[in-house]
Design a protein around this ligand. Sequence first.
Ligand SMILES: *Cc1c(COP(=O)(O)O)cnc(C)c1O
Length: 400
Amino acid sequence: MKEKTRLVNAGRHPERFAGLVNTPIFRGSTILHATMAEWEDKKRRRAADEHGASTYGRFGTPTHHALEEAVAELEGGCRSQLFPSGLAACTTVLTALLAAGDHVLLTDSAYSPTRGFLTRVLSRFGVETTVYDPTCGAGIEAFIRPNTRVVYVESPGSETFEVQDIPAIAEAAHRHGAKVVMDNTWGTPLFFKPFEHGVDVSIQAATKYIVGHSDAMLGIATCTEETWPLVKRAAQDLGQTAGPDDAYLALRGLRTMNVRLQQHWKSGVEVASWLETRPEVERVLHPALPSHPGHALWKRDFLGACGLFAVVLKPASPAAVEAFIDTLQLFGIGVSWGGYESLVIPFNPAGDRTTTQWPHKGQALRLHIGLEDPADLIADLENGFAALAQVESAPVPLRA
Ligand SMILES: *Cc1c(COP(=O)(O)O)cnc(C)c1O
């Protein structure tokens, strides 16, 4: 079955739900059983890890199970587990795979709250973290210790968009008995197939493109047969449970994810290419542009690009940068991404990175290109640049 068809059909079972096209929202805590025999049978099926055999709301309802089934199929893994947020998926997976005395290798380009969980929380439980250069590729081997259990990758990196050589990193990690955990949010289940590249657990902040409409928070971890029991156990030990309404919104978003992403990809490249021609721009960090240092790896391993990238402006006064951002009408100022709308947020990776040097002096901005007409977005950015120039060239007012 081809991908687009799979996206429409994965996890759907109308025959179980009165013929309804979509699995309805099942809200519930207690699940009743008619007889003791039925209760015992359910417990047995749950102990055997039968998907959907739930004895309590915390272990999921048919709404949750439909989304888990769909995402596991799309990512190409064995099983998936839902979480109330993307970050909860990241932290629970790390907790599942690590114990006191273990060592983790973390990419310098990781989503900073994930890094904070390792350095602020797991460090207190005897887990040591070493941060590595995301572009090291097979060179990761030099950092692997006898107690290294997890190599954490995120490609392209948060904010700075370095593309990692995941197959080379996975090969080295596996040779030394370590598992590869990937934050695959940028790649989405459609544009990067983690299990074909050696990943052992793939995490989606479903809040982004799977939900796709900026109206719910959700995380999903997809596992191999080997990592699944550990992740499932940890999710249950930590009481992780997502709301069924949010799972429904994610299922609804999922069905149109391919058409949305095709447009985010096309518009993102169009706006990024235009930005590259602007004199106010120092550089554009978008893996699908040939100018990107990770472009060859992106082309080799990815099947597309989402709408998220960064742009570094040439040095300008803070007031001019502020005028640029404030002039934009179609780019909301805010975090998160993956919705239908365009966003802009300034960032400074210098304070966040320890093994890599951020070479740029100008202001960095992360842009999310939404589903608006790219011509309107470009016109909006053009207005922003005009405002920037006006502030830069304004004479310094004389003080009385
Ligand atoms: C947003 C994000 C997360 C966290 O997801 P939440 O649902 O906001 O908790 C994790 N990783 C990446 C790369 C993200 O962009």
